[in-house]
Design a protein around this ligand. Structure first.
Ligand code: SF4
Length: 285
């Protein structure tokens, strides 16, 4: 009987912004004033967050938890007042906000400056979205889907920016509705290409395999979106955080197994999962 094969998506795993944040954190562990804290978990990957804590870089929920030393701002970014507050408290600030998230901040500020009512397409309450809203005025609203627009009093001129991990399909649905209800709609598409690339590669692979494994934090928005996208193409899609969650029954009868991973998943975790699938199924990568 032929051996099953394992294929990793063409774009999968840790993105530029997360890699940069991790590099800054590991660099801070060497040279920044101690103790080094991250404001919230550095990335949405509990395994990596535990590894960082073991290296002396623990998360704190609030600035009150970092009374001295350094504080790292996550790739998601924060509202500007948080950085000002940290500096006022005498903390050494290491800003690991992803440059692509900073681009959303600048786009939001520009649209507000030009007099548009800002619509942020994204997940309400998500730290990245809260950070973006911190760069807007009090007429700004967050919407995650067309239905959210029903209760929004729209102005004549609306400007749109997008949480970096959203899909083009969600953005398009919302913009279509805005075009019906507003006189002028200015859209700055701030979806990150890393997200698009991972979503397209995952969708392409999920359509061709019997089983799809998505690796990444259960609390990671971009990983959960990859899971949704894969499930549309492949019923047998599993979301795992760690290779230890894999079992032989997941792969029974499968001849072609796909693997992808969210933007917070290091290459070593993908490699671990591939090796585990290989040993559970006798597959070849
Ligand atoms: S997904 Fe894109 S915007 Fe988000 S951290 Fe990664 S590179 Fe930056």
């Amino acid at each position: 009987m032929a051996r099953p094969s394992i294929e990793v998506a063409a774009h999968a795993g840790v993105c530029y912004g997360v890699e940069r944040a991790l590099d800054l954190a590991y660099g801070a562990a060497q040279s920044a004033p101690k103790p080094v804290r991250t404001l919230g978990p550095l990335i949405h990957n509990p395994i990596v967050v535990d590894e960082l804590a073991e290296g002396g870089i623990a998360p704190v929920d609030e600035l009150d938890g970092a009374t001295s030393g350094s504080v790292i701002i996550r790739a998601h970014g924060v509202v500007p007042s948080v950085i000002d507050d940290a500096k006022r408290r005498g903390l050494h600030v290491i800003d690991a906000t992803c440059p692509y998230v900073k681009r959303v901040h600048r786009a939001a500020e520009k649209l507000v400056r030009e007099g548009y009512q800002l619509i942020v397409v994204g997940e309400s309450g998500h730290p990245e979205v809260e950070g973006i809203m911190g760069h807007a005025d009090d007429t700004a609203v967050t919407v995650s889907c067309v239905d959210d627009l029903a209760s929004v009093e729209l102005q004549r001129r609306v400007g749109v920016v997008v949480q970096t991990t959203q899909t083009v399909a969600t953005l398009t649905d919302i913009v279509d509705e805005l075009l019906i209800r507003s006189d002028e709609v200015r859209v700055i598409n701030t979806i990150c290409s890393a997200t698009q690339e991972r979503q397209e590669a995952a969708s392409d692979l999920a359509a061709r395999v019997d089983v799809m494994v998505v690796i990444g934090g259960k609390n990671s928005g971009n990983t959960r979106r990859l899971v949704e996208i894969c499930r549309e193409r492949c019923d047998r899609t599993y979301h795992i955080e760690d290779a230890a969650e894999l079992s032989p029954t997941m792969f029974s009868g499968a001849m072609h197994i796909g693997v992808t991973a969210g933007a917070s998943t290091p290459a070593s975790h993908i490699q671990r999962a591939v090796l585990a699938i290989d040993s559970l199924t006798g597959a070849c990568a």
